[in-house]
Design a protein around this ligand. Structure first.
Ligand code: ZN
Ligand code: ZN
Ligand code: ZN
Length: 153
C-alpha cells in the first residue's frame, strides 16, 4: 500500500511538519518512499543519485530531523544498522531474517501500541511493546534446502 507521491506532495508534508523544504530533505523522503527500510548508507547512495553531491553528515542530519518530526520511523533490529521508513504511526512490526538480514513489514494484529499486555506493569505506564519477529526468509530457506544436499557429499 505504498502511495506514490510527487515532489509537491513531499514538500507539503515537510511544510505541514514545520520543516523547511530543502532538496536533501525531499530527496531523503523520496528515497525512502521507494526503498522502505533502507539503512543510512543506502539512503546516502540514493540521495546522491537524485541530487548529486551531498555529505554523509548532511543525510544523517536530515534523517534525524525527519525522525524527530515523525515523518520517518527509525528501526534498529539487534545486530543490524538503523533503517528508516516512511510508514509511521501504525505500530506495524518487522520480521527479520537471521541469515541475510532481509526485513519485511508485519501488520500489528492489534493495530495500536502497546499490543502486548504486560503480566505485571510494575507501576509503569506502558505505551509500547517492541515486537520483532526473527526467522528465515524464503530466499534463505530455499538456499538452505539446496546447500543441505551439497553438505552431504
Ligand atoms: Zn534471508
Ligand atoms: Zn516497516
Ligand atoms: Zn502488534
Amino acid at each position: 500500500m505504498v502511495q506514490r507521491m510527487s515532489s509537491t506532495a513531499t514538500s507539503t508534508l515537510l511544510r505541514d511538519a514545520a520543516l523547511r523544504v530543502t532538496r536533501p530533505r525531499v530527496a531523503v523522503l523520496e528515497a525512502l518512499e521507494h526503498h522502505p527500510h533502507a539503512d543510512t548508507d543506502a539512503v546516502v547512495r540514493l540521495v546522491r543519485e537524485q541530487i548529486g553531491t551531498v555529505s554523509t553528515q548532511a543525510v544523517y542530519d536530515v534523517l534525524r530531523a525527519l525522525t524527530a518530526a515523525g515523518l520517518v520511523r527509525r528501526i534498529e533490529p539487534a545486530g543490524s544498522p538503523a533503517r528508516f521508513e516512511r510508514r509511521v504511526g501504525d505500530n506495524h512490526h518487522h520480521v527479520v531474517c537471521r541469515g541475510c538480514g532481509a526485513l519485511a513489514d508485519v501488520d500489528c494484529a492489534v493495530g495500536e501500541a502497546p499490543c502486548l499486555s504486560a503480566s505485571n506493569a510494575r507501576g509503569f505506564v506502558i505505551d509500547e511493546a517492541e515486537v520483532t519477529y526473527w526467522g528465515t526468509c524464503p530466499t534463505c530457506t530455499s538456499r538452505e534446502s539446496t546447500t543441505q544436499g551439497d553438505a552431504l557429499t
